[in-house]
Design a binder for this molecule. Structure first.
Ligand SMILES: Cc1cc2nc3c(=O)[nH]c(=O)nc-3n(C[C@H](O)[C@H](O)[C@H](O)COP(=O)(O)O)c2cc1C
Length: 444
């Protein structure tokens, strides 16, 4: 049997990077956050490294303080990805779209169009949205969670049914005979409490049939839905043990929905800032930190260390008195990491540069350290793959592709190249078309 190999994708977004100082870096065009050529370039770099997918998150409102940071979600993900599709050949294209606002017919049509345009490389990160600001943009109040997920179930099932409504058996156009066999292009006639559609959807199957379904990790209602529909679940575990537990939970949810747990991949967020040495990587992060107001992050670091005072000099190691009163919060991996770094004599600015405030585990270090981190998590079955985040897309993706990918390949942990053509192939997922018959007995 072929050894298990990891899946890697990169988050893209505002064209600058996840660090709020990235847009101020030299050699970066600050106006490029809407420039599709830049997004295409980044996607091509990821494709050069054989990454299985790029990922665009989305929030349906103006997010962030425009005085200091570019909008995080300016451009519509599905439209962006259809432009990227034309300029790439193999890499998977996963975009976020909410189930709470759009009618399923439109969602099904747009997502399947992306799948057909990209020759079977589309993925849909299906989210129900959770911020009142998003609902306000549709003239709505945030509904109770139960109602929000009730609509999600209906939307997922109607979208899947619409995707399957143009069956494979409808055939290819035959100039001497039928264009398509109407017997195999049938209405779906679904009506729920929130949404419905008659169908059929006039879009034929793509090379992978229909888009791959991605859903974020969550508990309760979201987990149940992911167990039923998701091919991929993305999460933000903070430790290997946490990743292991989240992966198990997701696999169990799939089993409860009557599916094989091997059909659902758990992908963990991670972050990278690389250098030839740890010092060089830290300096890379610090060059970005120099471009933002660090007072807030320093105050959060002080709190993370259980201190009730400001650092006397953020460029100097903590004084013996401060170190004596510093405490890690029990069960908080970031707090423990920050305390250890402080005890090793790193200055507060260097501790921050290690990424202790990042919302996911980050490696600020060498390519070998990045590869070790990925290997450790992967071999511990804390994840089937990783969603990579880079401080600065300008050189971060190239760095990872040129330095870390070869190490992972030499260790047999990452494929040498694309074997298949579709996102479903890249993820090792079974064929699926239309609504999964195993879950139709579940709530809708
Ligand atoms: C890794 C991860 C990625 C997520 N990506 C998005 C996103 O792109 N857009 C969005 O609106 N919500 C996103 N979410 C939020 C979830 O879909 C969910 O709404 C949130 O965790 C709150 O849960 P609730 O909706 O059950 O209240 C993400 C969550 C996680 C953990």
């Amino acid at each position: 049997m072929k050894p298990r190999q990891m899946v890697l994708g990169t988050g893209l977004g505002n064209n600058f990077g996840v660090h709020p100082g990235a847009w101020r870096m030299p050699h970066v065009d600050p106006g490029s956050y809407t420039n599709i050529d830049v997004t295409v370039e980044q996607a091509r770099t990821a494709e050069r490294g054989g990454l299985q997918f790029i990922f665009l998150a989305d929030r349906l409102f103006l997010h962030g303080d425009l005085a200091t940071t570019p909008p995080l979600f300016a451009m519509d993900p599905i439209i962006t990805l259809s432009a990227v599709a034309q300029a790439t050949e193999r890499i998977g294209l996963i975009g976020t779209a909410s189930t709470s606002f759009t009618e399923p017919y439109l969602l099904a049509r747009q997502l399947k169009a992306l799948d057909v345009i990209s020759h079977g490389r589309a993925g849909w990160n299906a989210v129900p949205s959770y911020e009142p600001d998003a609902f306000a943009n549709f003239g709505k109040a945030l509904p109770p969670r139960e109602k929000k997920y009730e609509r999600l179930h209906e939307v997922m099932q109607v979208v899947h049914a619409l995707w399957g409504s143009w069956e494979h058996e409808a055939g290819q156009p035959d100039q001497a005979g039928k264009f398509a066999d109407p017997e195999h292009i049938r209405p779906v006639n679904l009506q729920g409490t929130h949404v419905g559609a008659r169908g059929p959807l006039p879009v034929p199957p793509s090379e992978q049939g229909q888009p791959v379904i991605v859903q974020p990790a969550s508990s309760g209602y979201g987990l149940q839905a992911a167990g039923m529909y998701a091919n991929v679940v993305i999460g933000m575990p903070s430790t290997i043990a946490d990743g292991h537990a989240q992966r198990d939970t997701v696999r169990q949810a799939a089993e409860r929905a009557g599916r094989d747990p091997e059909e659902i991949k758990f992908i963990a967020f991670t972050g990278y800032e690389l250098g030839d040495t740890v010092r060089e990587a830290l300096d890379g992060r610090r060059a970005l930190d120099d471009r933002i107001d660090l007072r807030g992050p320093l105050a959060r670091l002080s709190a993370l260390l259980g201190l009730r005072q400001e650092f006397t000099d953020p460029d100097e190691p903590l004084s013996p008195a401060m170190l004596a009163s510093a405490r890690a919060y029990p069960g908080n991996a970031r707090s423990a990491q920050a305390l250890q770094l402080a005890q090793e004599g790193w200055s507060p600015r260097d501790i921050l540069a290690h990424g202790v405030l990042d919302p996911y585990p980050s490696v600020v270090g060498t390519a070998e350290q990045a590869a070790d981190h990925l290997q450790e998590w992967f071999e511990a079955e804390a994840a089937d793959g990783f969603l990579l985040n880079f401080d600065n897309y300008h050189d971060g993706i190239d760095d990872f592709v040129d330095r870390v990918v070869p190490v992972l390949r030499a260790r047999g942990l990452f494929p040498d190249g694309y074997e298949g053509k579709t996102l479903r192939d890249h993820l090792g997922l079974p064929a699926q078309y239309g609504l999964d018959p195993r879950i139709t007995a579940s709530p809708a």
